[in-house]
Design a protein. Structure first.
Ligand code: UD1
Ligand code: CA
Length: 478
């Protein structure tokens, strides 16, 4: 590069580029009360995927989401990304969306336009679209794809003698020859803002929807001898949109499968990945095995060498190394120490903190508890608002009565205590270190360390009672 003594102006060095994401539409074809861009694929709203890709190309302050239908909900769902919002009060078409954003976008040299309902777009492709546009010094550049079935998409009509584009024709307006064109408009563009806003007022609403179509800019610019070019994606699936329920499900499958593939590359075995639902932000360590029909959701982190067995649903949980989660376990906001064994059919609710090597077994429900290292609650138990020390055995059918109808109270069980089966621990209550609670006891008072507490009526045995009863009955029948 030749050296210059003059400080170059910022626009000469680096053109100022914004990204506009069209997200104001209602999504009529989904037949939903929720706005289209908040429908989820891969565990995240469609719009959140598009913003995530955009953020890897330009900073948040240069990203403008054009919102309209249910604008407050859309804004709230993605506001933490720090992007800028533009309100399109009435949704009068994709061209109108850009008219509304004119004031904020006109100060940029170029604007990349993305669709809030097409979540598979990658930062690499956005950059390819921008760089092609800059290299060609074009007024408008569209990203296109070759689809087996182009039905429903705008078709790209190229000029005969050059690479340039003559027009985009929407599905409803194609003639029989154009219907056969398989190169479709992705709905992603880069514009030179001077060309876009210099001609955007020429858009008309002479179409079946009576909307301003942004796609008509191709014909308008091309007619005024401005350069309109198209660049094809390598991966046609990147342009797919979620306009219908079937398309949404297809997007979800693709995102989930991509996540499974990525985890497998990182050393995780996932049997029958097409049956597993794993959210985008989930992390899993090497040599962990995921069995069929497992859901791992939210911000869950699973360590190495674990086995997550079938039909478990794990949300926002932190699982250490070498943990076994047996079939049918439900976990939400739980922490599981290394080497623990959970399930089958355990229900770990928020605030469950299971220590290293702990066991939580069949039909055990926990909430807001700490279960110390090596402690066990293996069968048919409810533990809520409890602090349980190390090496404690909680017998089958034990219940912490944490709720008096108004307030929640705490149960404390100290290290090495042994809780017999079917104990009822009425909180607030404490069982001291190494103490025993006899089976079927109702414990309402403190159990001191090293003691035995019996809280049940003494057994009575009536010798010969059953025989006498039988004999009496036999006499009556004679
Ligand atoms: C659009 C293109 C079509 C292309 C397809 C690719 C037009 C006229 N057609 O069709 O050529 O093949 O995308 O997916 O642009 N939106 C607004 N404000 C509005 C209207 C729409 O923000 O007034 C938003 C929508 O929320 C959506 C995006 O713009 O995120 C695209 O609109 P949509 O109605 O889905 O256009 P398509 O019919 O898919
Ligand atoms: Ca669409």
């Amino acid at each position: 590069m030749p050296k210059s003594n003059k400080p170059s102006s910022p626009s000469a060095a680096q053109p100022r580029t914004a990204i506009a994401i069209m997200a104001a539409g209602k999504g009529t074809r989904l037949k939903s009360k929720h706005p289209k861009v908040l429908h989820e694929a891969g565990g995240k709203p469609l719009l959140a995927h598009v913003i995530a890709a955009a953020l890897r190309v330009v900073p948040a302050k240069d990203i403008y989401a054009i919102i309209g239908h249910e604008a407050d909900r859309v804004r709230q769902a993605v506001s933490q990304t720090g992007i800028v919002f533009v309100l399109q009060r009435e949704q009068r078409g994709t061209g109108h969306a850009l008219m509304v954003a004119r004031d904020v976008l006109a100060s940029y040299d170029h604007v990349i336009v993305l669709s809030g309902d097409a979540p598979l777009i990658t930062p690499e492709t956005i950059e390819k679209l921008r760089d092609f546009h800059l290299a060609k010094k074009a007024a408008m550049t569209l990203l296109t794809a070759e689809l087996q079935n182009p039905t429903g998409y705008g078709r790209v009509v190229r000029k005969k003698s050059s690479d340039e584009v003559q027009a985009i024709v929407e599905e409803k307006a194609v003639d029989p020859a154009q219907r056969k064109i398989r190169e479709i408009n992705s709905g992603f563009y880069t514009f030179a803002t001077k060309s876009l806003f210099g001609h955007i007022d020429e858009l008309k609403t002479d179409n079946p929807h009576r909307e301003y179509y942004l796609t008509d800019m191709a014909g308008i610019l091309s007619k005024t001898k401005e350069k309109v070019v198209a660049v094809r994606t390598d991966d046609a699936s990147e342009v797919l949109g979620g306009n219908t329920r079937a398309e949404l499900v297809d997007l979800d499958v693709r995102l989930r499968m991509a996540k499974c593939q990525q985890l497998m590359v990182e050393g995780v075995t996932i049997f029958y990945p097409q049956t597993c639902v794993i959210d985008n932000d989930v992390e899993i360590g090497a040599d962990t095995i995921i069995e069929p029909f497992v859901q791992i959701l939210g911000k869950t982190h699973i360590g190495a060498d674990c086995r997550i067995r079938s039909y478990s649903v794990i949300n926002d949980s932190e699982i250490g190394d070498g943990v076994t989660v047996r079939p049918g376990t439900i976990m939400d906001g739980a922490r599981i120490g290394s080497g623990a064994v959970i399930g089958p059919y355990s229900h770990l609710r928020p605030g469950s903190d299971i220590g290293e090597g702990g066991h939580v077994g069949n039909f055990v429900e926990t909430k807001k508890i700490k279960l110390g290292k090596g402690s066990k609650a293996n069968h048919l138990t409810y533990l809520g608002d409890a602090e349980i020390g190390e090496g404690v055995n909680v017998g089958a059918g034990t219940i912490t009565c944490n709720y008096d109808g108004v307030h929640k109270h705490k149960t404390i069980i100290e290290d090495g205590a042994f809780i017999g089966s079917h104990a009822t621990l009425v909180a607030p209550v404490r069982v001291g270190k190494e103490a025993y609670v006899a089976a079927a006891s109702c414990i309402t008072d403190e159990v001191p360390a090293n003691s035995l507490a019996l809280g049940r009526s003494r057994q009575i045995v009536k010798e010969g009672w059953a025989r006498q009863r039988r004999n009496a009955a036999a006499k009556q029948n004679r």
